[in-house]
Design a binder for this molecule. Structure first.
Ligand SMILES: C[S@@+](CC[C@H](N)C(=O)[O-])C[C@H]1O[C@@H](n2cnc3c(N)ncnc32)[C@H](O)[C@@H]1O
Length: 202
């Protein structure tokens, strides 16, 4: 069965900051790339992951995991033989994830979401079942958002979905060129309130 949250966590060694401290430090160092000062709320996480069919998920990819706010709930829900690949451009966050999450199903990768196809290919996968994005699409450098959306659509299997949470509804502009079926919801219990989208690949 799915690994319990305690099994997926490592007791924080002395000198390793709490997730909230680490996230805030990351924001101070790279405000544009991190795009937020507070990690996602539990309510947002539950709503975003609600539609995932965990029994048919062998590869889950997360873009912009930060300090792992979503990684732990994903690992709690994932099957024992599934894999979570978390991709972040911030080397400090990747080191933090490696130091604080111990789970054989988990791989933290320093890189860009735009390279998702290469990153999963190097790890033996053709396609991802689900891809989750916490990226600040509206503040990414010009051209990066459209490139990530196109690469994501290509990397998903038919029937899979792109899960996106964002503070601005403008993120939908990146999805519309690729996804015909897009579900939407709001989560007010988050700082700031978030727009949630699920783009289903036919
Ligand atoms: C809003 S923060 C993530 C919040 C976190 N997922 C949560 O739920 O609290 C955005 C993250 O995206 C990462 N990021 C920015 N551009 C990226 C890119 N092109 N590829 C992968 N990660 C990126 C940043 O380093 C940062 O960790």
């Amino acid at each position: 069965m799915a690994t319990s949250s305690s099994a997926a966590r490592r007791a924080r060694p002395a000198g390793i900051p709490s997730p909230a401290q680490m996230f805030f430090q990351g924001f101070l160092k790279h405000p544009v790339m991190v795009g937020s000062i507070i990690p996602s709320s539990d309510k947002l996480i539950r709503k975003m992951l609600g539609p995932v069919d965990w029994a048919n998920c062998k590869l889950f990819v997360e873009y912009g995991p930060g300090v792992g706010t979503f990684c732990r709930p994903i690992l709690e829900r994932m099957a024992p033989d599934a894999t979570l690949i978390a991709i972040d451009t911030n080397a400090d966050f990747i080191r933090y994830l490696d130091a604080t999450i111990v789970d054989s199903r988990f791989q933290a990768v320093e890189g860009s979401a735009a390279d998702v196809q290469r990153i999963i290919g190097e790890r033996g996968f053709d396609h991802a079942d689900y891809i989750l994005s916490g990226l600040p699409f509206s503040t990414l450098p010009a051209g990066v958002g459209p490139a990530i959306a196109a690469a994501t659509h290509q990397a998903l299997r038919p029937g899979g979905a792109f899960l996106v949470y964002q503070f601005s509804p403008k993120v939908k502009d990146f999805l519309v060129p690729h996804w015909q079926r897009i579900d939407h919801a709001m989560e007010w219990w988050n700082v700031p309130p978030a727009q949630l989208y699920w783009g289903w690949k036919d």
